[in-house]
Design a binder for this molecule. Structure first.
Ligand SMILES: [Zn+2]
Length: 146
């Protein structure tokens, strides 16, 4: 009897992120669980293509959630005109978190993106990030009238 393998099951999206993924798609974004064009990245957002890539390797690494949230924030920042601008999110941050963010930004990002990256790192760590992002997508992107 030939050995048959079950078809590979699609990686599961965390349940609480499904509404955000759905809203992104409704606003005309593509959300792909595929290796990003910049192959050394875990996640990438390309405003011109309105596309988010999440590397499949983030699933076993257990950073898929954070990666997706981070890129989804950049997608919201890219509305309405495809050029990334701040959402205007403000939060009180613990000094230790602030130091961590500054550390990441100083080693990995150029000046131009620093404010946008800072906002993404701040927002992705908020407990209500999904709700905040869905609201931001609806008010900023709002491609569809129905
Ligand atoms: Zn980023």
């Amino acid at each position: 009897m030939p050995l048959t393998l079950p078809p590979p099951s699609p990686p599961a999206w965390p349940n609480d992120l499904l509404p955000l993924r759905k809203e992104l798609i409704r606003q005309g974004f593509h959300v792909l669980l595929k290796t990003p064009p910049a192959a050394e990245m875990y996640g990438q957002f390309e405003p011109k293509l309105r596309t988010i890539w999440i590397a499949p390797v983030t699933v076993p690494l257990e950073i898929m959630r954070t990666t997706f949230l981070h890129e989804a924030i950049h997608a919201a920042q890219s509305c309405p005109h495809g050029r990334m601008t701040l959402l205007g999110f403000k939060a009180n941050v613990l000094p230790v978190v602030e130091r961590e963010i500054n550390g990441i930004l100083s080693t990995r990002y150029g000046h131009a993106n620093r404010a946008l990256e800072r906002e993404a790192f701040l927002l992705q760590s908020q407990p209500n990030v999904v709700a905040v992002l869905i609201r931001a997508l609806r008010t900023r992107c709002n491609l569809k009238t129905t």
